[in-house]
Design a protein around this ligand. Structure first.
Ligand SMILES: [Zn+2]
Length: 180
C-alpha cells in the first residue's frame, strides 16, 4: 500500500478519534468490527490489503452514519412539508415511515456504510493512487457492483457540480457577485 494511502486512512480515522487495531482472531468471514464506545475499529489482519481499506472505510461509515448521527432523517424533504391536502399528508406519512423502516433495518445500515466506503474508496483511488487495491476489491466482490455504480455516479455528479461551480465563480467574481 502506498504511504499516501496509508497516511490518508490514518488521518480519516484520527479525525473521528478512532483507533485502528489489526487482530488475528477473527474467523475468515469477519472482516472487521466497530467498537463504538471504545472508539476502536478492529480489522481482520489475515485479509488482503484491499479488504483492509474497504473494511476500515465501512466501519468509519457506520461510525459517521449510525453513531454520530443516529436520528438522521432519510426521506426527501418534500415529504416533511405540511400538506394541506389530506391525501398528500397521508402519503407523506407513509413515505416517512417506509424510509425509517428501510434504514433502521440492519441491511439498510450495512448498505449505507458500504456506500460511504465505496465513495471514499473511489476518491482515495483517484487522489492517493490505490487504484490497484480498488480494482482488486471490485474483482473480489462482484456483489458490490450496484453500490459501486451508485457511488461512481455520485462521484461523477459531485465532480461536475464542483466544476460548474468553479466556472461560475470565475465568471461571476470579476463582477463582484458573491456566491454561497
Ligand atoms: Zn457493517
Amino acid at each position: 500500500m502506498k504511504r499516501k494511502t496509508k497516511n490518508t486512512l490514518r488521518a480519516i480515522a484520527k479525525h473521528f478519534g478512532l483507533k485502528i487495531v489489526f487482530v488475528s482472531y477473527f474467523p475468515a468471514d469477519v472482516q472487521g468490527l466497530l467498537l463504538s464506545r471504545e472508539k476502536r475499529i478492529l480489522i481482520n489482519a489475515h485479509q488482503p490489503r484491499c479488504e483492509h481499506i474497504f473494511t476500515l472505510l465501512h466501519e468509519v461509515g457506520h461510525y459517521i452514519r449510525h453513531v454520530l448521527n443516529p436520528h438522521r432523517t432519510h426521506h426527501p424533504r418534500i415529504f416533511e412539508d405540511r400538506w394541506k391536502s389530506n391525501f398528500m399528508a397521508e402519503v407523506s406519512k407513509h413515505v416517512r415511515r417506509y424510509f425509517r423502516f428501510i434504514f433502521n433495518k440492519t441491511s439498510g445500515k450495512e448498505w449505507e456504510a458500504d456506500l460511504w466506503a465505496m465513495c471514499t474508496f473511489i476518491c482515495l483511488a483517484k487522489t492517493t493512487g490505490c487504484r490497484s487495491e480498488f480494482n482488486a476489491f471490485l474483482k473480489r466482490h462482484p456483489e458490490k457492483q450496484n453500490v459501486f455504480l451508485l457511488a461512481a455516479c455520485g462521484t461523477i455528479y459531485s465532480g461536475i457540480k464542483t466544476r460548474i461551480k468553479n466556472i461560475c465563480r470565475c465568471l461571476w467574481l470579476p463582477f463582484g457577485a458573491t456566491l454561497g
